[in-house]
Design a protein around this ligand. Structure first.
Ligand code: NAI
Length: 461
């Protein structure tokens, strides 16, 4: 007789959500976590703390750039980095304690320590052996390293170290213009650092709709971020707490160097499966080091995997959905994730959000589509808060008008995107969205206007 119906390894958004859903479905559940606190990368050193710093630095930017425009006079605030980090730590603490509360409420056993799968239905933590009918691996990911770049989390940092800097660096070099690089780069640019982003490709945020990507980069340049594009970083060395970065320009193979107080390495993440005993168990991986799954099942019966350790976008909400789906599947229900409708958000200012197909993908698929666009300059609410920069773009099928994708940059983009997600889940047409009454004055009206633009035309453009 097994100790548990399900043991989940890892308590990030994939693992803890899976544990709660398992418990709700009446399964005897335990969750093993190596960290002292629950919540994984997202709550401890990822999504949540970075949002605290994005909020603080955005507030500082508003105070120093927009307050006087609104008649709010007086001395602008100065930055106390130690206090800001303390505020961020408080936000993390509240959230990780929240998961503890939810575990207790749902009678989930929390086991602290690093887990190893030591046999079929058997997990060992230290010298303690636990039995379970099902094991769910939800161990997430870790920053991938770059040859020649030695991370010390002080001068050369990953996102983890970037959330713990004791003072605002005078200069910062960000390697990689992906989500982490641009979110953290814009935090420190707003706080006064001179930020230079070095990116291998010719555009920022790979995979994003090209028009949004260009507009986004232009916006970041206006905010003071500098970009060196088409450049591969070769090395970053530290001497007397100063870094020297060497990069090669792809167009002519020429080499150049740059000095910086801090280097942020943001060149992607890789699945974290160290010490799990997967090789001994014969668990099959993909050639990119992810655990190979089919319907979240690995090749070994009773072992499941979800989140960043398997294929798909490395996003907390994708892991959460998989956590719910795998719990429901284990409980005999029909777990389901719609991988075609997973939104992506970049929490800069302005925010960037997208869901569904990009124009580039539709062209590649040879699909006939129409485009409806609306700029936030035509949105009264956005103009009132100095947020008229950016636009909404809705892509719909040329014949059926069914919404195929939406990409936007603008105020609260990360919230606005969800009305399109819901519409897409219901198979809505752009006209369905356009005929839905939207309150005035709201930012959401820009979504409706873009939907109108897929038909006869927007009202305010
Ligand atoms: P990323 O994969 O998004 O971007 C990495 C960038 O680094 C790419 O543009 C790549 O071309 C560039 N690069 C790689 N090697 C390079 C080199 N030697 N020199 C110059 N450039 C180089 O990775 P990132 O930003 O580290 O994020 C990791 C994961 O975390 C992603 O899957 C991301 O979606 C996720 N994440 C999501 C967030 C969100 O949803 N808001 C926030 C933070 C992370």
């Amino acid at each position: 007789m097994a100790d548990y119906d399900v043991i989940i390894i890892g308590s990030g958004p994939g693992g803890y959500v899976c544990a709660i859903r398992c418990a709700q479905l009446g399964l005897k559940t335990a969750c093993i976590e190596g960290r002292e606190t629950l919540g994984g990368t997202c709550l401890n050193v990822g999504c949540i703390p970075s949002k605290a710093l994005l909020h603080a630095s955005h507030s500082y930017h508003e105070a120093t750039h927009n307050f006087t425009k609104m008649g709010l006079m007086g001395k602008a605030p100065s930055v106390d980095m130690a206090k800001m980090i303390e505020y961020k730590a408080g936000v993390v603490d509240q959230n990780t304690k929240g998961i503890e509360f939810l575990f207790k409420k749902n009678k989930i056993d929390r086991i602290q320590g690093w887990a190893k799968i030591t046999g079929k239905g058997e997990v060992t933590v230290g010298d303690q052996v636990y039995k379970a009918k099902n094991i769910v691996i939800a161990t997430g990911s870790e920053p991938s390293s770059l040859p020649g770049v030695e991370v010390d989390e002080k001068t050369v940092v990953t996102s983890t170290g970037a959330l713990e800097l004791t003072k605002v660096p005078k200069s910062m070099v960000v390697i990689g213009a992906g989500v982490i690089g641009l979110e953290m780069g814009s935090v420190y640019a707003r706080l006064g650092a001179e930020v230079t982003v070095i990116e291998f490709l010719d555009h920022v945020t790979p995979g994003m709709d090209a028009e949004i990507s260009k507009t986004f980069q232009r916006s970041l340049k206006k905010q003071g971020l500098k970009f060196i594009m088409g450049a591969a970083v070769q090395s970053a060395t530290v001497k007397n707490s100063k870094a020297k970065i060497t990069y090669k320009l792809r167009k002519d193979n020429s080499e150049a160097t740059l000095d910086a107080d801090v280097v942020l390495v943001a060149t992607g993440r890789k699945p974290f499966t160290d010490g799990l005993g997967l090789e001994d168990m014969g668990v099959v991986k993909t050639d990119r080091g992810q655990i190979a799954t089919e319907g979240w099942k690995t090749n070994i019966e009773g072992i499941w995997a979800i989140g960043d350790v398997i294929t798909g976008p490395m996003l907390a909400h994708k892991a959460e959905d998989e956590g719910i789906a795998v719990a429901e599947t284990i409980a005999g229900q029909h777990g389901h994730v719609n991988y075609g409708i997973i939104p992506g958000v970049i929490y800069t200012a302005p925010e960037v959000a997208s869901v569904g197909a990009t124009e580039e993908q539709l062209k590649e698929d040879g699909r006939a589509y129409k485009v409806g666009k609306f700029t936030f300059m035509g949105n009264a609410r956005a103009k009132a808060i100095f947020a008229g920069e950016g636009f909404v773009k809705i892509l719909a099928d040329a014949t059926t008008d069914r919404i195929l994708g939406c990409h936007l940059m603008g105020p609260f983009a990360g919230e606005l995107i969800h009305e399109v997600c819901v519409a897409m889940e219901f198979g809505a047409s752009a006209e369905d969205l356009a005929r839905t009454c939207h309150a005035h004055p709201t930012f959401s009206e820009a979504m409706r206007e873009a939907a109108l633009a897929c038909g006869d035309g927007a009202i305010h453009s």
